[in-house]
Design a binder for this molecule. Sequence first.
Ligand code: DGJ
Length: 685
Amino acid sequence: MPSVTFDAASRTWLLRTPASSYVLGLGHDGTPVGLHWGPVLTLEQAAALPRGFGGGASSFDGPEEADELVTEAGARFTAPSLQLVFPGEARGVVWVYRDHAIDDGHLVVRFADAHQPFEIDLHYRVRGEVIERWSVLRSGVPVTVLRCDSASWSVPRLEDYRLSHVVGGWASENGLRRTELTVGETVLTSRRGLSSHHANPWVMVDGGEATERHGEVWSTALAWSGSWRITLTRTPSGRATWTGGFGHEGLVRTLEPGQEWTTPVFAGHYSAEGYGGASRGWHAFVADHVLPEPDELRPVVYNAWEAVGFEVGEDNQRRLAKLAADVGAELFVMDDAWFGGRTSDRAGLGDWWPNPERFPDGLAPLIDEVHRLGMRFGLWVEPEMVNPDSDLYREHPDWVLHQPGRPRTELRNQLVLNFALPEVADWAHGWLDKLVTEHEIDFLKWDFNRALTEAGPGDEVWIEHVRAVYALIDRLRADHAGLRIEACAGGGGRTDLGMLARTDQVWASDNTDAHDRIGIQRGFSQIYPARVMASWVSDSPNPTTGRRVPLRFRFHVSMAGALGIGGNLLEWSSEDLSEAAALVRIYKDIRPVVHLGRQDRLAYGVQYTSADRVVVLAWQGPSAYGTPLAPLRLTGLDPQERYEDEDTGAIHHGALLMSHGLTLALGGGDYTSVLIRLRPTRSGR
Ligand code: DGJ
């Protein structure tokens, strides 16, 4: 069965993933409308879906249709996806269907406006269990664009609606919230010019009954790394719909004649297997259709930022590199303060040459030493930023985002370079390309440490800056095939599908406290897979929170993603270094299952499952006497199979692991943890 089919008689398009269907058609006035998003339908069933809902309930309502992009034409009162002003002040789009094309799971439905020289193509692409949607706009006249969303999504009418999303801030990203979707409008947004720590551009909606393992969940995620907005509407009459796209409210841009605008992808997934099923769908999508190098096992990183801060020098980096190699690190990353006059956050950003006092012979001796120790070498960069106290800013004060006549707000003593200016993007490409070409640099940690303010001149820089960053990273990757990149924005401020399409992992948070990390990682895992979640083991007490957590627990939390080490190894005891080396060896053993297997969140841990192995990490934080944890119920196993614990030799029935669970050796104080490795014995059938 092809993934896209068309019923000409009813003008119905059916998109099918293996486990779901999406159906669109034309509404009462020819506007494209969503007719179904849910379980699999045949084309005959899709063609029979009710449509043409006629007028509204009163002269204060419109028809109850689910527009694919809500415009300001006719009796439409939900949040608009497109806010367009044509010459002469006409708003909205009066849709006229032109034609469509279907090519290998990719559907384009083309429309024009009935009265204006204006065209919109709606794109749909089936990618595994996910449907990608975006739109392309063209105009023969200048159009003022106040809003230009990628897509609007609607779920079937349910008794109730619950919204899942994440909230947070710097060092507290990905706080999962599940709340009733209120009647009215709910806006999730970033006005900061990055996808942000405070929210993340995805939503999940369910009927209030879904659990981790059961129930229907509809979710969408936006592939964009700048400002964004998703507006959900629950009407008093009981419908739920949402529209989303790039840019925040109030931005004004002009679509000029001859230009073609393409919105970012706003992708959707339907799960009949609860939140866990939704997350697994997204993880598979990211692996199969987003990441440039999905199948590579992410290396064990050592990064000394928390150990030495701005006090970087060749000597301390060499000494740390030796210890890092001894504990099993595979990639040594030198963080901030290796360049220009950067000895604090007050100066030097923009002057991208090795600090002559810290690296008198350049970077080559350190890079050679790291390679000699058997590790790859990575370097921290923050190409989009400049300290006013830098040679670059003194030479090019006009290169930063600013608004004429307004103060230039500094955050962390830095300003943002305007990558929408071709000369700025070219300058960045020039020094990055030279740096990577002239040194054996295997990895860049690409940081972005402040929000945008006074972004200008012109509102389009909010969009064009991000596009220029994408183009730059894409070009670097194309020219340097072995280069790998970590997306970072003061921690997880740029965790999104847009960055993941051109990077290999994300620095999930500047908070490395294992206790806090469990929650941050749980929120992260809702959409993004373990292999891209960089997670360091750092010192105890933790430099940010002051909390003391045993080394083993810290490792067991970080092993749930792409393990790294960020502690000051120069101060670790020899016992800690040996224990760390042993834990890194175990991590390397389980890494293929963690990175490439299926991930299931459990009550107080996480399970990874591949064809021939099961790995469970479980954590108990602060414990209260008299409240023992229930046995940990596993999931997704073969009930007929017997599983052998690789460390103890104990045999467990799959059926019992799933129904009665594993009793784990947790307890005996705060912050205890276990790692279980199971193998099917193939003897149970
Ligand atoms: C913020 C990052 O998240 C940290 O890991 C570190 O790279 C600092 N920036 C350096 O300034």
